[in-house]
Design a protein around this ligand. Structure first.
Ligand code: F6R
Length: 366
């Protein structure tokens, strides 16, 4: 059932081109300038009264929600608060019938996420679930469900579900912005065209997995790793660092690139690895100067950047290039090398990749 792959995680990483296609294409017909979200009620009457959106989830699902937050705010200009469910549920959040809550969950059974959903419903808010497991508790209790078509995810560390969740975030942010008249037809078409390219672009990255495997071999003895980026790259950094912790059992920290000098740079020494995420071209120079500061303190430097930005080779010894895409789709492409890097580090260390210690696939206790 691993279809010839050594681990479910690797199989699931390689399923991503299909998962992305399945989640996106039925909802984005080429001949109509609209997004079709399976009959979900995000029509004008509903959206016009929404004053605040919450995106609530845990772990990897939360990190996909952070991308959703940025994109909804950028395009639709509605304030969005993204929070982990275990924090949200013990606060006194502002919830009313003018609130839209988007809950994101692969399993649809995460206890804290479900509790947050129930709080929102009780307060009269509209709840949209972004769920992978069909018929799960969250899919049954949410007002509306947008399924991610990732198929069953067996490996404990989430990979393809995250990519599918990002696709859902792209679709939802485009839909909300279109309905509210905030996204021009031109911008919409540009995004749609870029989305249609994602599956083959992911395939291209996967075809070059051997380069990432070699980099993992080289860096397997690192003491710790810092993932840094700005904007959407920072949200991707969080997911990259989590994968390393989960399956490689190495100390990994995500940081906004500009925050390093406010404390964490004191941890950098020889044996530290820095993974610089440079996909956001408008922030490229800023992050490069942060990388230089870390390099001067003896860390090894890896970077992920978009093709065409060769200047990165002046600061990084190992560079992974991703195909050129629209800035908002960079996270999906940037994360694929991160998945492979974590996988190959864990493999070199001889860990039980599909069933990492202390972790369960579905967290149904709080
Ligand atoms: C990370 C991982 C966890 C889950 C989190 C939420 O690889 O698997 O962080 O993302 O437990 O789970 P779901 O999405 O099922 O609510």
């Amino acid at each position: 059932e691993k279809a010839g792959y050594e681990h479910f995680m690797l199989k699931e990483i390689y399923e991503q081109p299909k998962v992305i296609r399945d989640t996106l294409t039925p909802r984005l017909p080429m001949d109509q300038d609209d997004v079709y979200l399976d009959g979900i009620n995000l029509e004008k009457e509903v959206l016009e009264k929404i004053t605040r959106i919450y995106v609530i989830a845990c772990g990897t699902a939360y990190y996909s929600g952070l991308i959703g937050k940025e994109l909804i705010e950028k395009y639709a200009r509605i304030p969005v608060i993204a929070e982990v469910a275990s924090e949200f549920r013990y606060k006194d959040p502002i919830l009313d019938e003018n609130t839209l809550m988007i809950v994101v969950s692969q399993s649809g059974e995460t206890a804290d996420t479900l509790a947050a959903l129930r709080m929102a419903k009780k307060a009269g808010a509209h709840v949209l679930g972004v769920v992978n497991a069909v018929g799960s508790s969250i899919s049954r209790e949410a007002d509306d469900v947008l399924y991610t078509w990732a198929g069953p995810e067996i490996a404990v560390a989430s990979t393809k579900a995250y990519s599918a969740q990002l696709c859902a975030m792209y679709l939802i942010s485009m839909k909300i912005s279109l309905v509210l008249g905030k996204l021009s037809t031109e911008e919409f078409r540009e995004l749609r065209a870029a989305l249609y390219q994602l599956p083959s672009q992911v395939e291209h990255i996967l075809e070059n997995a051997n380069l990432i495997e070699a980099m993992a071999k080289k860096h397997v003895n690192m003491k710790n790793v810092f993932y840094i980026g700005r904007g959407l790259d920072y949200a991707v950094a969080m997911e990259g660092a989590l994968k390393i912790k989960e399956i490689a059992y190495l100390h990994a920290e995500p940081y906004p690139a500009g925050e390093l000098k406010h404390g964490p740079i004191a941890l950098i020494e020889e044996g530290s690895l820095l993974m610089g995420l440079l996909g956001q071209e408008s922030l490229f120079d800023k992050t490069v100067s942060n990388i230089k500061e870390v390099k001067a303190r003896g860390a090894s430097i890896m970077a992920i950047a978009m093709e065409g930005n060769k200047e990165v080779e002046q600061v990084a010894e190992d560079v992974i290039y991703i195909p050129r895409t629209h800035w908002s789709l960079v996270p999906l492409l940037e994360n694929i090398p991160q998945q492979l890097f974590a996988y190959y580090i864990a493999k070199n260390l001889g860990h039980d990749i599909d069933k990492p210690r202390n972790l369960a696939k579905s967290v149904t206790v709080e």
